[in-house]
Design a protein around this ligand. Structure first.
Ligand code: ADP
Ligand code: MG
Length: 417
């Protein structure tokens, strides 16, 4: 149940006994004033008939159901009602880089052999990356296939999340990954560092491959930013949400990509549990949504107030998230937030009107106006008014559809236009 539904339930819980009490009081007062049991009974029944806890009870579940439906039709899946209600309240959107802001289909741009021959470098990279599911691994494998390079089976393999890969190939310990990983094993010389710097400032991610004591070479990969990432970030900013990039990649590459899409806050070089910690820090400043796709994002997705995973992401990311964007577009983050806001607004509207209806309807049914204006309501009209109020609540849901569609980025909500 959405938190707001619990409030509505509490209100309904108080509402029913109060209405019963009003009906009894109405009956008693008319008995005292009019001494006509038929008339007094009619008024008492009329109060019972017109009062409508259904509108209160319907307001939330129907809005949530419609919100879920509108979302689903547009590729936004809310796993629970809480996510649908909370998404509209977020202040900070922490967004993963690889695969979320960027396409996640990187390709190899540079191959710089150092101590090894180019083919040997690629062979070892192939052996290692064959076992990894990381998008960079796929890029390297594609490059090897293009150059007709293959490798023998690796003897031992280990994934180092947020850092790289390591294993034993032809009885030699080999590893590949980012500078942090290499530096934990050896000290790269100045020339290597210069190459790394140059590559990362071009927005490429340099991956180093090494075996015991020597650096074999660098393979740089680059990924393009998704077509709508920039618009999506602009939209989020307009909505008053602060976007923050969180990535395991190095700061230079991350900054180049962040600038391309208009993100000012970059947190780079974070390990998977570092992402989770960063989220906890960010939560001190407001409600945080994490948007990600990878295994390394899963802890952060769980820890954030709202976790949003891309449908193309890994199963564990999808499992850890509250919202899934099946179209894999960052624009849908804004759409999901707008949809949530529309739903919440709709619920509040419904509750407000249901309240007004009862405040006006109950005194009228009780015959409070009879001594002053002569206005009276027969139970039949009371029943009609009651049904009409439920009907109004349900038809008001259409507003969710139109409001969200009106404000959402052009690409999203196409199905509804
Ligand atoms: P992101 O947060 O951008 O999705 P990750 O946490 O998955 O990045 O990875 C962080 C860094 O670790 C990468 O930028 C890369 O340098 C290195 N890395 C991770 N996996 C691999 C791999 N299979 N091969 C080589 N390097 C890797
Ligand atoms: Mg990622």
């Amino acid at each position: 149940k959405a938190p707001i539904a619990r409030i509505a339930d509490k209100v309904s819980g108080v509402f029913v006994p109060i209405v019963l009490l009003i009906a009894v009081v109405t009956f008693s007062i008319w008995m005292i004033l009019d001494k006509d049991i038929g008339f007094a009974l009619t008024k008492g029944v009329c109060v019972l008939v017109i009062s409508c806890p259904c509108a209160l009870g319907l307001a939330t579940p129907v809005a949530i159901m419609v919100g879920n439906g509108v979302g689903a039709r547009n590729g936004i899946l809310f796993k629970n009602a809480t996510a649908l209600e909370q998404a509209g309240k977020i202040k900070i959107a922490a967004i993963d880089k690889t695969g979320t802001i960027t396409e996640g289909n990187p390709s190899v741009t540079d191959i710089i052999p150092i101590s090894a021959e180019k083919n040997e470098l690629l062979e070892i990279a192939h052996a290692l990356e064959q076992n990894s599911e990381h998008p960079f691994a796929k890029a390297i494998l594609a490059e090897c296939e293009l150059k007709n390079i293959s490798s023998e089976k690796i003897d031992f393999f280990e994934n180092l999340p947020g850092a790289g890969v390591k294993g034993t190939y032809k009885n030699v310990n080999v590893f590949g990954g980012n500078i942090r990983l290499i530096e934990s094993q050896m000290k790269p010389d100045e020339k290597v560092k210069e190459s790394l710097d140059k590559l990362s400032k071009e927005g490429k991610t340099p991956l180093m491959f090494a075996k015991e004591g020597e650096i074999l070479g660098i393979i740089a990969v680059a990924d393009v930013v998704k077509a709508d990432s920039k618009d999506a970030i602009t939209k989020l900013k307009q909505m008053g949400i602060k976007p923050v990039m969180i990535t395991g990649d190095n700061i230079n590459t991350a900054t180049v990509i962040a600038r391309q899409v208009g993100i000012e806050n970059v947190i780079a070089d974070v390990l998977p549990d570092g992402k989770e910690q960063t989220i906890r820090e960010l939560k001190k400043a407001g409600i945080v949504m994490m948007v990600g796709d990878g295994i390394n994002d899963a802890p952060a997705l769980t820890s954030a107030d709202i976790g949003t995973a891309l449908g193309a992401g890994t199963d564990i990311a999808i499992d850890s998230a509250d919202i899934i964007l099946t179209k894999n577009s960052l624009s849908d983050v804004a759409s999901a937030i707008l949809l949530s806001r529309a739903v919440l607004r709709n619920i509040k509207e419904n509750l407000f009107w249901a309240f007004c209806y009862n405040v006006i309807g109950i005194p009228l049914a009780a015959g409070l106006w009879i001594p002053f204006t002569g206005w009276e309501l027969s139970p039949m009209f009371g029943a009609a008014a009651m049904s009409l109020s439920s009907f109004c609540v349900i038809t008001n849901e259409e507003a969710i559809n139109t409001e969200a569609a009106k404000k959402a980025p052009a690409r999203a909500f196409k199905a509804l236009r």
